[in-house]
Design a protein around this ligand. Structure first.
Ligand code: SF4
Ligand code: SF4
Ligand code: FES
Length: 530
C-alpha cells in the first residue's frame, strides 16, 4: 500500500489504482473526460493533467498509478493553467448550443468550464468547424458531431463491452468526428449505455430528448424489473411520472451498465389502464368502492368460504413481479390468518422478448422468481388448481400481480377457474383478468413501492419508492395489511423495513440480513457465493 500526498493530504492507497481514484478517496476531484473505470485507458483528453513533484512535466492522472512517496498537486498554478488551456482547446470548435442543448445540467463541458476555465473565447465564431447535428445513428441514439470532445468512451464501449464496434473516429485534425460506418447503424441491445457515458451532449437519447430539463428530475434508487438479472438503476421522475432509467453501479450485478429493453421497461408502467380505486363487480360492471367497504366484503367472503368448505378452499397465486415483502406478507396472510397453505407463484415471460445472452439479459423476465422460491412459494401447477376447482375443493382465489388470462389464455382460464365462487385480484392495471374479478384492489407498481427483489443469483437488492401510487391505490404491502385487518381486526405494519425484519427473522435464506444494509449493493442469500 503506497503512501502518497495529494494537495497536502496523506493517503495509504491500494496498489495499482490511478491518481483520479486515489484523489477521489480524499474527496478531491480531478476533472476528466476520457477516463472511465470500466474501460481501457486511452489518455486522449488531457483534462486530468496534474503536477507531480520530481516529474519533469505535468502527467495525466488517469494513466499514472500511485507510488510510494509521490507528491501530487491538483490545485497548483501549473495544473490550473493546464486545465484552462485544455478546456480552451476543447471549446475552440464547440458550438454555442448550451441554451438549446438537452445535455444542459449534466454536461461536463459546462461544469468544467465554470469550475476550471471561466474565460471568454478568443476564437471567432465564424471560424468554428461545422459538423453534423441531430443525426439518428441507430437504436435510440442521436449524434451531434459538433458537441463531441473525441474522448472515445463510446467507441471503447462498443469495442470492449459489446464487441460490436459500430462507432469510430473518422477524418483528421479539427475535422475529426465520431460516426457510424456507411450503412451500418448502431444495432445492439446495450446501445443506450453510450448515452450515459458520453460526458457531453454529443450522444443523447431519442426518447428522452427535450422532454424534461434534468434539473427538475428527482432520483430514486431502485432495481430494473425487466428480467431476473435485476440491474441496479436510478429512477428519474417528476410529479409522479418516470422520464428515464439510468444504470447504477453495482459490482455484484451489472457493473455500470443496463440493457435497452430494461431502460424502457418503465413505459408499460404508465398506461391509461392504471387502477386508482377498489372495484366491485356489480351487475356485470366493475364499480368503484371505498377501501373499507371492499376489504370488509372480501373478508366476509373469506369467512363464509372457510365456514362452508374449510380454509383450504381459499387459494392464492402471486406473480414473480412481487417484492419479497409482498410475497412474505401474502404468505403470512394465507398461512397464519386464513389458515391455507394453498399459495403458488407464477413466473411468466411474455413471448417476443430477448433470451439469455452472455452479458446481462436473462430470458426470465421476472425480477423476483428466486426471492419467491427462497420464501418457499412453489411454482403454480394450473392443472392442480383447476382440478381442485372442478372437485369443489377450491372456491375462492386471491391473485396478486399476475394476469392469469394473459398467462393461460382466456379459454383456458375460464375452463380452469370459471367455476370459482369468488375471485379477488390485487393488481396495478385493468387487465383482462381484472374484468372477470369479483373484487379488485388497486396497488402500486414497483417504482411506487419500497421493498426488495432477489435476482437469479440470489442477490437481494433494495427498491425505493419514487412516488406514491395514484389515486386511492395502495402499495402491495399496505393492501395486504388492510385486508388482514379486515379479517382478524389485528393492525399490521405496511412498512417495508419492518416487514423485511420479520422476514429475515423467520425465513432461513434471508437470515442475518437487514433492510438498511441492502443499500447500495445488496446482500446474498445465505449459502450463495457470487
Ligand atoms: S460522442 Fe461522446 S463519448 Fe463519443 S467520443 Fe464524442 S464525447 Fe466521447
Ligand atoms: S438485463 Fe434485465 S434487469 Fe438488466 S436492464 Fe436489462 S432487463 Fe433490466
Ligand atoms: S482523463 Fe486522463 S487524459 Fe482523459
Amino acid at each position: 500500500m503506497p503512501k502518497l500526498t495529494i494537495d497536502g493530504k496523506e493517503l495509504d492507497a491500494p496498489d495499482g489504482i490511478n491518481l483520479i481514484q486515489a484523489a477521489e478517496r480524499l474527496g478531491i476531484e480531478i476533472p476528466h473526460y476520457c477516463y472511465h473505470p470500466a474501460l481501457t485507458i486511452v489518455g486522449n483528453c488531457r483534462m486530468c493533467l496534474v503536477e507531480i513533484e520530481k516529474a519533469p512535466k505535468l502527467q495525466i492522472a488517469c494513466n499514472t498509478k500511485v507510488a510510494e512517496g509521490m507528491v501530487v498537486h491538483t490545485q497548483s498554478a501549473k495544473t490550473k493553467a493546464a486545465q484552462k488551456a485544455v478546456l480552451e482547446f476543447l471549446l475552440i470548435n464547440h458550438p454555442i448550443d448550451c441554451p438549446v442543448c438537452d445535455q444542459a445540467g449534466e454536461c461536463k463541458l459546462q461544469d468544467y468550464y465554470m469550475e476550471y476555465d471561466d474565460q471568454p473565447s478568443r476564437f471567432p465564431l465564424e471560424k468554428k468547424v461545422r459538423k453534423g447535428k441531430a443525426i439518428p445513428i441507430g437504436s435510440d441514439v442521436m449524434l451531434d458531431q459538433e458537441r463531441c470532445v473525441l474522448c472515445a468512451r463510446c467507441t471503447r464501449f462498443f469495442d470492449e463491452v459489446t464487441h460490436t464496434s459500430e462507432l469510430a473516429i473518422f477524418e483528421r485534425g479539427d475535422h475529426n468526428e465520431i460516426d457510424i460506418y456507411p450503412g451500418l447503424p448502431v444495432n445492439n441491445k446495450y446501445a443506450g449505455n453510450v448515452i450515459d457515458i458520453c460526458p457531453v451532449g454529443a450522444l443523447t437519447e431519442k426518447d428522452f430528448r427535450f422532454r424534461m430539463r434534468v434539473w427538475y428530475l428527482h432520483r430514486a434508487t431502485s432495481v430494473c424489473a425487466g428480467c431476473e438479472r435485476g440491474c441496479a438503476i436510478d429512477i428519474h421522475h417528476h410529479r409522479g411520472r418516470i422520464y428515464r432509467y439510468k444504470p447504477r453501479y453495482n459490482p455484484e450485478v451489472n457493473s455500470y451498465w443496463m440493457c435497452d429493453e430494461g431502460r424502457h421497461d418503465f413505459v408499460k408502467l404508465q398506461n391509461e389502464t392504471r387502477l386508482t380505486a377498489p372495484l366491485v363487480q356489480d351487475r356485470d360492471r366493475l364499480m368503484p368502492e371505498e377501501w373499507g367497504v371492499a376489504v370488509r366484503r372480501i373478508a366476509s367472503h373469506i369467512e363464509a368460504t372457510k365456514k362452508g368448505y374449510g380454509a383450504h378452499a381459499i387459494g392464492a397465486v402471486i406473480g414473480a413481479q412481487a417484492t419479497n415483502e409482498e410475497a412474505f406478507a401474502l404468505k403470512r396472510l394465507m398461512r397464519d390468518t386464513i389458515g391455507s397453505e394453498r399459495l403458488a407463484m407464477v413466473s411468466f415471460t411474455p413471448p417476443g422478448l430477448s433470451g439469455d445472452d452472455s452479458f446481462l439479459i436473462r430470458a426470465n423476465k421476472n425480477p423476483n422468481t428466486r426471492g419467491l422460491e427462497a420464501l418457499g412459494i412453489p411454482p403454480v401447477h394450473f392443472d392442480v388448481f383447476a382440478k381442485a376447482v372442478a372437485d369443489g375443493e377450491l372456491k375462492m382465489l386471491i391473485v396478486m400481480r399476475a394476469d392469469l388470462v394473459r398467462v393461460m389464455g382466456e379459454a383456458e382460464f375460464v375452463k380452469a377457474f370459471g367455476a370459482l365462487d369468488y375471485l379477488t385480484v390485487l393488481d396495478t392495471d385493468a387487465n383482462e383478468m381484472v374484468q372477470m374479478a369479483n373484487h379488485v384492489l388497486p396497488i402500486g407498481t414497483y417504482p411506487e413501492t419500497d421493498g426488495s427483489f432477489t435476482n437469479f443469483k440470489g442477490r437481494v437488492q433494495r427498491i425505493s419508492q419514487a412516488f406514491p401510487p395514484p389515486g386511492d391505490a395502495l402499495t402491495g404491502i399496505a393492501a395486504i395489511a388492510r385486508l388482514g385487518h379486515a379479517i382478524d381486526g389485528t393492525e399490521r405494519t405496511s412498512d417495508a423495513n419492518a416487514i423485511f425484519a420479520q422476514l429475515a427473522a423467520s425465513e432461513p435464506p434471508f437470515e442475518g440480513m437487514s433492510f438498511d444494509a441492502l443499500m447500495p449493493h445488496g446482500a446474498s442469500l445465505k449459502g450463495v457465493a457470487l
